[in-house]
Design a protein around this ligand. Structure first.
Ligand code: HEM
Length: 410
């Protein structure tokens, strides 16, 4: 007689069996490298439930689902009908409001209307047209290090470089750069939700002032173009205008800086990689793509719009689903030897810029910024290494980041 099959788990048991405690903040390995630390999750279930309500976006939910594999994250990102982006990041909720980041927190079909509005500012041709200015800026920052034999890379280059590009695009005064950087840091990694809320409030206040100013004196910048634009024959509503400006503020500031931090740390730790790029600068575009594949710094979120069995996980309507895209970067089912940096790797497809309707609008610009940073540093600086007495500090929140990266050369 064959043994009776084990009784099927009811939903509560199934959810409990998929519950895991996971916090990058509790894992000492994450302080060294969030990507290696995160990849440990691949030993467990492809989807698990993480208890806790660390962020306002999870409030009242008791926790959220985490999807760990490339193929499953891709499935979520390609299916906005089952997985909504509405208020999924939740910056406005930090200050008790409910305007969406535009277009990131809008679902189809409204999403497409705004994507069309920003598209002309982010074409490959626009990124190409900015190249000269971006290079000049990179050179200027690197030349500022003349005479020194070490620097804190994030302060000297990683943060000011993308922020300055963004400020030029928005036609904002460079004197405000430190304030912007401070707000972006507090918003994404502030120690308390209160601090993050204060940063969200300060950014909103600044942007409303900027919109009023550009309304009064239009220029040929992005904000003025959004004010002048029409959606279905009417002006862009005020909350969508704010959401657009807020999106551009957070999209461009921290993501490029964090990516550069991980890239330059990797180069400093592996002089062989630097030698390859110095010997053959023609390899740099491929190197930029390989770094982008390996360092998916963004963690994004979706809300389930219906009950479903998602690869064995009993996801219910309203549940929050977390997609740490850095886990896809290091998924051995998607990439051979995922932790290896191989500039000649074939097929560097990645979810670093997401996929589906919300694929990063700034990806051509971001890729150009990364490529140009590599070109100018390799051309102008001798071999980089970690500074002997400095401490590299990482952070693993909604953008995995390098906070400090002391580098030495010569
Ligand atoms: C290495 C740098 C960057 C990375 C890794 C990155 C990553 C991402 C990701 C993962 C998303 C989609 C998230 C989701 O599906 O929920 C996204 C969306 C977006 N990003 Fe980026 N980004 C970068 C740089 C930039 C820059 C420089 C800008 C320009 C200001 C920008 C503007 C945007 C916009 C507007 C969206 C929303 C697109 C939409 O919802 O249709 N990003 N980015």
């Amino acid at each position: 007689m064959s043994a009776a099959p084990p009784p099927a788990l009811d939903e509560a048991d199934l959810r409990a069996s998929l519950a895991r405690h996971w916090s990058m903040n509790d894992d000492p390995d994450a302080a060294i490298c969030p990507f290696h630390a995160g990849a440990k999750l691949h030993d467990g279930p492809d989807v698990f439930f993480k208890a806790g309500e660390a962020h306002v976006r999870a409030s009242g939910l008791g926790g959220n689902w985490v999807v760990t594999r490339y193929a499953l994250q891709e499935e979520v990102l390609l299916d906005p009908a089952r997985f909504s982006s509405h208020l999924s990041i939740g910056f406005s909720r930090l200050i008790g409001e409910d305007w969406p980041l535009v277009p990131l927190e809008l679902d189809p079909p409204e999403h497409a209307l705004y994507r069309k509005l920003i598209a002309p500012w982010f074409t490959p041709a626009k990124a190409r047209a900015l190249q000269g200015e971006i290079s000049a800026l990179a050179v200027n920052l690197i030349e500022g290090l003349h005479g020194a034999d070490e620097c804190e890379f994030m302060e000297a280059f990683g943060r000011p470089y993308p922020v300055t590009v963004f400020m030029r695009m928005m036609d904002l005064p460079q004197s405000e750069r430190p304030t912007f950087q401070g707000w972006a840091d507090d918003l994404l990694r502030g120690a308390t939700m209160d601090l993050r809320g204060k940063a969200a409030g300060a950014i909103k206040h600044y942007l409303l002032g900027l919109i009023a100013q550009r309304r009064a004196r239009p220029g040929d910048d992005m904000v003025s173009s959004f004010i002048a634009a029409e959606i279905d024959g009417a002006a862009v509503p005020p909350d969508r205008l704010l959401g657009l400006c807020f999106m551009l503020f957070v999209g461009g500031l921290d993501t490029v800086a964090s990516s550069l931090g991980f890239i330059f740390r990797e180069l400093a730790l592996r002089p062989g990689l630097q030698a390859q790029l110095r010997a053959d600068p023609g390899l740099i575009p491929a190197a930029a793509d390989e770094f982008i594949r390996a360092f998916g710094v963004v963690t994004t979120f979706r809300y389930a719009t219906c009950d479903m069995d998602f690869h064995g996980a009993p996801i219910r309507k309203g549940d929050l689903v977390e997609l740490p895209l850095g886990l896809s970067s290091r998924d051995d089912r998607a990439h051979g030897a995922p932790h290896d940096i191989d500039f000649n790797r074939r097929g560097k497809r990645s979810l670093t810029f997401s996929t589906g309707p919300h694929t990063c609008a700034g990806l051509h610009l971001a890729r150009a910024e990364i490529r140009i940073a590599l070109e100018e540093w390799m051309r102008r600086m001798p071999c980089l290494r970690p500074a002997p007495h400095g401490k590299i500090k990482t952070a693993s929140e909604s953008v995995w980041a390098i906070e400090t990266l002391p580098l030495a050369w010569g």
